[in-house]
Design a protein around this ligand. Sequence first.
Ligand SMILES: Nc1nc2c(c(=O)[nH]1)N[C@H]1C(S)=C(S)[C@@H](COP(=O)(O)O)O[C@H]1N2
Ligand SMILES: [Mo]
Length: 346
Amino acid sequence: MNNLALPAASRIPPGQQLAAPGKWPFVGERSPGDQPDVWTVEIRGLVHFSRSWTLDQLLGRPRIERSIDIHCVTRWSILDSSWSGVRLLDLLQESSPWPSARFVSFIAHSPRDHDTSLPLDEIATLDPLVAFTRNGHPLTVEHGGPVRLIVPGKYFYKSIKWLRAIELLVEDRLGYWEATAGYHNGADPWREQRYLAPDLDRQEAARLLADRDLHDRSLRSLDAVGRDLTGLRASGALLRDANFARSILRGADFTRANLSNARLEGADLRGASLRDADVEGADFRGADLRGADFCGASLLGVTFVNEDGTTHAARGDSDTRFTPERIVDLAPVQADWVRALGGNHS
Ligand SMILES: Nc1nc2c(c(=O)[nH]1)N[C@H]1C(S)=C(S)[C@@H](COP(=O)(O)O)O[C@H]1N2
Ligand SMILES: [Mo]
């Protein structure tokens, strides 16, 4: 898995962009909650030898260092992080999985017992790390310290923070994001396995859109291309991966909505409110954003203009509002587009 020989551009999967230089965003939970006095990582389930290692025991094991690229489902990537830790495969081998074991569930120390899973045969080729350091520094708590999983070649939601247990299973057990957010269980960034198929059919979608009221609704991968949705009420709605390309959304209310990875290319969002919305990974290229309000919105991975900084740009004005502290989360080209609007961004 040595990617270093390849040019950077060919290592960025489709629909991803590089994060701002030196930035490593936090995603999901920020803390494992009450930490145990002695951190242990256990292997359980369908194994001949259930094992439990204290953190010190893990730290005392042979370590390897690997360069791994991070690809978050919300469209930011970081190339060439150097991680050190122990190989998951070594831990698995020592506990000797039963032949019937086909899946591995990873469980975190976390307030919601956060989990995720992988097929055992994929683990053999991905060769994940039980990692303690990145670029030579111990992991901070927010980034999963003291110990997290790092799974190369998958969207980053498979890399669980604060690893507590590794459980061998016959049947798969869907993880937290996979079950609650519709994140694709395959998670292959090269095949853009971001989300499951839509959870409603076109007719149902059309009926809901006719009422222009999505307030507090939860609709994954909604198809709303090219529609007149002037004044849409969608505050608090969960609209991950929605497609609003070329729709008229003048004065729409997306306050506190989740529009992560939504497509809004060419949409008319004049005077719309995206206050405190989650628009991570959303695409606003060619959209009309005059008077739109992005205050408090989280902007990681958002696209307003092509990589060249000029073509297919959204249109904004000094009334397009942003929170200054959030602008730094954008990739540099995108941040430049926002700054060039010249608003006071308060
Ligand atoms: N325990 C736990 N692990 C987790 C998550 C989480 O919410 N809880 N989020 C996942 C997601 S979606 C991503 S993108 C990465 C983010 O890791 P980071 O905050 O260190 O960037 O952690 C993954 N592991
Ligand atoms: Mo993620």
